[in-house]
Ligand binder design. Structure first.
Ligand code: GAP
Length: 445
């Protein structure tokens, strides 16, 4: 631990921070290793009672900003299983590969571009030639496992938007510039999944394809880089842990004329949270050629017909949740006692409010449950009667609950309760009838 002498607050060092977050996630029910009773399963994870709330909040907050608050973006939920034709046209069958090498000494397998020439397992530098390894999960649809039944689990949600471009255009009567957004699972047979949920084989993406007139492409690209950077900042990622990194020319995908990554300062260094890519008309043209369908926009006002260009902000929901956990984690002192606190934005916290009767005595329960019932339609609430009130505040701080509402013996007389703030630890007394309004004021729409 390092100590900031100005504040007296202890900041966990980066190596520990990762361990602490992984430990916290397991101990408090955010993220469990999958199939743990059978020894776990190859870097897959299950989201527990708190994790499922938080992950849902990350996705809902993204959806709110990308779809709900805009009139130019609509949603989609496409199938995960898809035929080879989609991936043939998109280029994934030919190009979605990582370079795979085997260590000749210990026979472990690695992604050649991630190991700097030395086997992380045994230290040997003797490797086989790198060969391309396709990252898509292949399966069969139906009972016959022949070539005609081959299907793939999607490695990105994006192709669902391109394949449905004409359907969405016809049914919504949108006109470029407009976007199609999707949140959902994607699958990649990563050679080396690593860093907890940063890189896994099964993960969730939040992607939007924004279709624009070709001459407006660069302008919208800059718009979306800016918007997406702000989204992370507004949800509490500090300025010194967030940056936009434009790709060098030699990093650009074959279809992209410009890409920028929004990067977070992870404990191991700067790494990608999201890519914003100007994909030109590559995808629509590829599907048009392969399917024979017209994937164009016809502008009735000008009589012009064109294939829109695409700007794509593509984020990872599971990876982003991990960044919010890392950025929010702090250790400080309250009343001379050390505490762990997750300073999560209220939109992201697993619970916005915890209702805590001061004591287990049955006399407090009816009023505490009445308060809980008042709050539940508005906020995700926890209800906790175990242990001392101090311990319960600490437990809520540790999982990021921004406000606790305490019902005590005076509450039975004056029908007032105490709202306690996670960050300042300040407490205010409010009448039961005003508690919803008081909390609403702290969580403006
Ligand atoms: N449609 C473009 C696309 O999929 P990408 O950069 O490969 O672009 C977008 O993926 C985002 O999805 C990444 O920035 C990352 O947040 C997330 N992501 C990609 N692979 C992942 C993995 N194996 N595990 C967790 N998240 C991943």
């Amino acid at each position: 631990m390092t100590s900031d002498s100005a504040t007296g607050i202890d900041a966990p060092q980066s190596g520990d921070l990762m361990e602490r977050i992984v430990g916290l996630c397991k101990r408090r029910g955010f993220i469990f290793p999958s199939a743990e009773i059978y020894g776990g399963f190859r870097s897959t994870y299950d989201y527990g009672p708190l994790g499922v709330n938080m992950l849902r909040n990350v996705k809902n907050t993204w959806w709110r900003s990308m779809v709900q608050l805009r009139d130019d973006v609509v949603g989609l939920d496409a199938a995960i299983l898809s035929p080879p034709a989609v991936w043939e046209a998109s280029g994934h069958l030919a190009n979605f590969t990582d370079p795979l090498v085997d260590c000749r000494h210990c026979h472990s397998r690695w992604r050649a571009d991630k190991i700097e020439g030395v086997c992380p397992n045994c230290g040997s530098a003797d490797f086989t030639e790198a060969r391309p390894f396709n990252l898509m999960f292949k399966t069969h649809a139906g009972p016959i496992e022949d070539e005609g039944a081959v299907a793939y689990l999607r490695p990105e949600t994006a192709q669902g938007m391109f394949v449905n471009f004409a359907n969405v255009l016809q049914t919504t009567r949108k006109k470029p510039p407009f976007g199609i957004a999707q949140v959902g699972k994607s699958f990649r047979n990563e050679i080396t999944p690593q860093n907890f949920v940063f890189r896994t084989r099964e993960f969730e993406q939040m992607e939007m394809e924004y279709f624009v007139p070709p001459e407006e492409g660069m302008e919208w690209y800059r718009h979306w880089v800016d918007q997406r950077y702000r989204w992370y900042r507004e949800l509490g990622i500090p300025e010194d842990k967030l940056r936009v990194r434009p790709h060098d020319a030699d990093e650009l995908s074959h279809y992209s004329t410009a890409t920028s990554d929004v990067e977070f300062l992870f404990p191991w260094g700067w790494d990608e949270l999201e890519g914003v890519a100007y994909r030109t008309d590559f995808d629509l043209k590829a599907h048009m050629t392969a399917s024979g369908e017209r994937l164009e926009y016809f502008d009735q006002a000008t009589g012009e017909r064109y294939v829109p260009h695409v700007v794509e902000p593509a984020a990872g929901a599971t990876r982003t949740m991990m960044a919010f956990l890392l950025a929010g984690y702090e250790e400080d002192e309250v009343g001379g006692e050390a505490r762990m606190v997750l300073r999560l934005h209220w939109r992201l916290a697993p619970y916005q409010v915890a209702v805590l009767p001061l004591s287990k005595k049955e006399t407090l329960e009816p009023l505490a449950r009445e308060v809980l019932a008042l709050l539940q339609p508005h906020f995700m609430c926890d209800y906790d009667t175990t242990q001392s009130i101090g311990r319960r505040y600490r437990r809520q701080d540790e999982v990021g609950t921004p406000w606790c509402v305490t019902v005590d013996f005076d509450s039975l007389e004056d029908r007032a309760v105490t709202i306690r703030d996670r960050d300042s630890t300040e407490q205010v007394r409010v009448p039961v009838e005003r508690v919803v309004g008081e909390l609403r004021d702290r969580m403006p729409v």
